[in-house]
Design a protein around this ligand. Structure first.
Ligand code: TRP
Ligand code: SF4
Length: 400
């Protein structure tokens, strides 16, 4: 039960660009080899802010799924699916809403920020207020303990931890919990039982995080323990009741410094992006026409890389000798700007070539993507249903 499980979602904003690749997707591709991974298109989350443009959601979703596959997210390694195809997320969202204080939602920093920023839209809706809670449901329903996100999402993960804690506190108290936990300890066998008690005491009395870790490892290895007993003992180390929902950790991804074709951060709203599936000649042209150091009016004028957006791209793509060649050549007017851009063009095209090739199959045969997403949805539903059974039961909704 305590396997490391990774979950992350992305709102379907349409075709992805190099900023998404360097900021998020490259990391997903790496994680899928290290952990059990679930990646999903957060189409309901898109509706919280784009409720008035439902027509673009579906196309954006398929485009994004193709981009993930193109970037190397591998459906045989990771489970990829669409949020709304696993309606259990909505059920958990509703059930969690029963114990979510309004003040907690109003205090999430993204709530007021976004409301003030997106002034062209009325975001004083129930759905928008509940955005972080829906995200909590996305995470908690898989008992995922690691969530790769950028800095901006950290308050949402923190919020999710608080919700999990509150839920466990309210519903994890079964009658006779202590006696059951004590009985479960005996089932560990004498040696393990003694170790478990030592870890627990050390954690409860001194807050020793290593002791907590030690107890968890010990429980992981105790194969003979029934699931219910294991959950009790996980909860009992921390003094509380049964752990029904797992508190996740943010897996911080370093902010992508991927610059756009104007030197600012690459973003759709700045119109400075290079799409993952753009044609090579379009990309070549975009880079060839990029602005450079304004001081280099003529080929013979020396320039300063620090004042040039092309240099930002060299920092991402070029090795030391090449960067030296740029700095010296630019400052001495030894190289021209087009000459300087060529290695960047080559590097971007080389990076995107395998993506274009992978994408081709999916563009030609959309049923391939549909079936990958359908399989992923089925797998996700199975996992989600396991958690929902426990959640319904402790909330008095078992009806057998
Ligand atoms: N809110 C996230 C974002 O804007 C997207 C998201 C929705 C998400 N549900 C999630 C991310 C669950 C991680 C886990 O980037
Ligand atoms: Fe920019 Fe390169 Fe031209 Fe210098 S030589 S201004 S770094 S493009």
């Amino acid at each position: 039960m305590f396997v490391d499980r990774v979950i992350s979602g992305m709102r379907p904003t349409g075709a992805l660009h190099l900023g998404h690749y360097h900021g998020v997707l490259k990391n997903w591709v790496k994680l899928q080899h290290e952990f059990e991974c679930l990646f999903f298109v957060a189409d309901w989350h898109a509706l919280t802010t784009h409720y008035d443009t439902p027509d673009i959601i579906e196309k954006n979703t398929w485009d994004m799924a193709i981009d993930w596959l193109a970037a190397g997210v591998d459906p045989s390694q990771a489970t990829i699916f669409i949020q709304s195809r696993v309606p259990q997320h909505a059920e958990l969202h509703l059930l969690l809403s029963m114990i979510t204080p309004l003040g907690w939602l109003e205090r999430v920093p993204t709530y007021k920020d976004q409301q003030e920023k997106l002034t062209d839209k009325d975001l004083s809706t129930y759905g928008f207020l509940g955005y972080p809670l829906l995200q909590s449901a996305d995470i908690l329903i898989y008992r995922a303990n690691r969530v790769p996100v950028g800095e901006d999402q950290v308050p949402h993960i923190e919020f999710t931890r608080e919700i999990a804690r509150r839920f466990n506190h309210v519903y994890g108290r079964e009658p006779g919990f202590e006696q059951k936990a004590e009985a479960a300890i005996k089932k560990l066998g004498a040696k393990r039982a003694r170790l478990y008690r030592e870890h627990r005491t050390r954690y409860l009395e001194q807050g020793d995080a290593q002791a907590l870790e030690g107890a968890r490892e010990l429980l992981d290895k105790a194969q003979n323990l029934a699931l219910g007993d294991r959950e009790r003992l996980f909860g009992y180390v921390e003094g509380g009741g049964k752990v029904i929902l797992t508190e996740p950790q943010a897996l911080l991804t370093a902010a992508s410094k991927m610059p756009g074709t104007d030197g600012q951060k690459m973003s759709k709203s700045y119109d400075n992006m290079i799409g993952l599936r753009e044609e090579p000649d379009v990309i070549t042209k975009k880079i060839r026409t990029m602005p450079t150091d304004p001081a280099r009016v003529k080929r013979t004028d020396p320039g300063e890389p620090e004042k040039c957006p092309v240099w930002q791209l060299h920092l991402v793509y070029s090795d030391e000798p090449l960067k030296k060649w740029v700095q010296e050549g630019c400052r001495s007017a030894g190289i021209g700007c087009l000459e300087c851009k060529q290695p960047v063009i080559d590097a971007v095209l080389a990076e995107l070539k395998p993506m274009r090739e992978r994408a081709e199959r999916y563009q030609e045969d959309p049923t391939l993507v549909r079936s990958i997403i359908a399989d992923g949805g089925e797998k996700a539903q199975k996992l989600a249903e396991e958690t929902m059974r426990d959640v319904r039961e402790v909330m008095g909704l078992r009806y057998t």
